[in-house]
Design a protein around this ligand. Structure first.
Ligand SMILES: CC(C)(COP(=O)(O)OP(=O)(O)OC[C@H]1O[C@@H](n2cnc3c(N)ncnc32)[C@H](O)[C@@H]1OP(=O)(O)O)[C@@H](O)C(=O)NCCC(=O)NCCS
Length: 259
């Protein structure tokens, strides 16, 4: 049990930069008090002491403003920051290392019995005021933005914001890494270029880099084949791009008035 409490305290230090010492965490974090009371109420619930379990859960709500139904299943290192106004329904399931902020509801949208609350897989973060409603799964390490209302399954690793919740599409990391590699090979900083440019231009450059990479791959294949046939055609280095050649272009961009 003490090991579990130690883990709970550590999880606060990992996820709240404001936490200063163990005594402060033990005494001033309602999220921890709510979790400990939930462990007691959950044990009573499973032991068949349903009313007592509900009473302990209700006491936890008075004390912390966090309402966790005794039937909810919660994994390790669960962290509730700030607490207050949190509701976790009876059939909610929460994996390890999940974080909730104040005002989150893990609720249902029907009055049917059976599974009606969400399942949050490990590592999920749900921002302040967000509502996750229904018997679907929020995949591992997904993030729900503050004040979002989510009513459909969320894939692992995705970020959902808004009402109704929509997934933020970020550039594919693998594609970005390939673009970066080919840009470095050519001798210019693709990151710097695409960060500050208007979207259509950045997109066009990205596509050009993708195309260049495909051409580069094919040329390398041809060179290997030629080398195997005894040719030294590809032995010579290609001329490098020189920074000075881009000076005029960059100057033009700097001079451009802000839109
Ligand atoms: C959703 C969240 C995890 C996104 O973080 P991120 O991956 O770093 O994403 P970004 O900050 O780069 O934002 C990406 C886009 O989503 C938008 N966005 C971010 N959070 C949003 C939210 N909660 N609601 C609506 N749009 C949001 C941004 O404006 C940005 O839009 P743009 O691409 O049009 O400029 C984060 O914004 C969030 O809400 N975290 C919860 C934090 C919280 O509740 N803290 C409480 C502390 S007391």
């Amino acid at each position: 049990m003490f090991e579990r409490v130690r883990e709970d305290i550590q999880s606060v230090f990992h996820r709240d930069p404001a936490a200063r010492n163990a005594f402060e965490v033990l005494t001033c974090y309602p999220g921890l008090h709510a979790i400990w009371l939930h462990r007691l109420s959950g044990w009573l619930w499973l032991a068949g002491w349903k009313w007592l379990a509900r009473m302990v859960s209700n006491f936890g709500r008075w004390l912390t403003g966090i309402e966790i139904h005794p039937g909810a299943k919660i994994g390790k290192r669960f962290f509730i920051d700030h607490g207050m106004g949190i509701v976790i329904g009876e059939t909610a399931e929460i994996g390890d290392d999940v974080t909730l902020y104040q005002g989150v509801t893990l609720g249902g949208t029907s009055w049917n019995k059976g599974k009606r609350h969400p399942t949050l897989e490990s590592g999920v973060v749900v921002g302040a005021g967000a509502k996750v409603l229904g018997p679907f799964t929020v995949g591992a390490n997904a993030k729900v933005g503050s004040n979002a209302v989510v009513t459909k399954a969320v894939p692992a690793g995705a970020t959902v914001v808004g009402i109704p919740g929509r997934i933020i599409v970020k550039a594919d990391d693998e594609v970005e890494a390939k673009r970066q590699a080919i840009a470095e090979k050519l001798g210019f900083d693709a990151y710097g270029v695409s960060q500050d440019m208007p979207d259509p231009i950045a997109k066009a450059i990205g596509q050009l880099l993708d195309h260049l990479q495909a051409v580069d791959g094919r040329l390398e294949g041809m060179c290997s084949a030629l080398k195997a046939l005894g040719s030294d055609y590809c032995a010579q280095e290609l001329p490098a791009l020189r920074d000075e050649d881009f000076d005029d272009v960059c100057k033009g961009l700097d001079d451009k008035p802000a839109a």
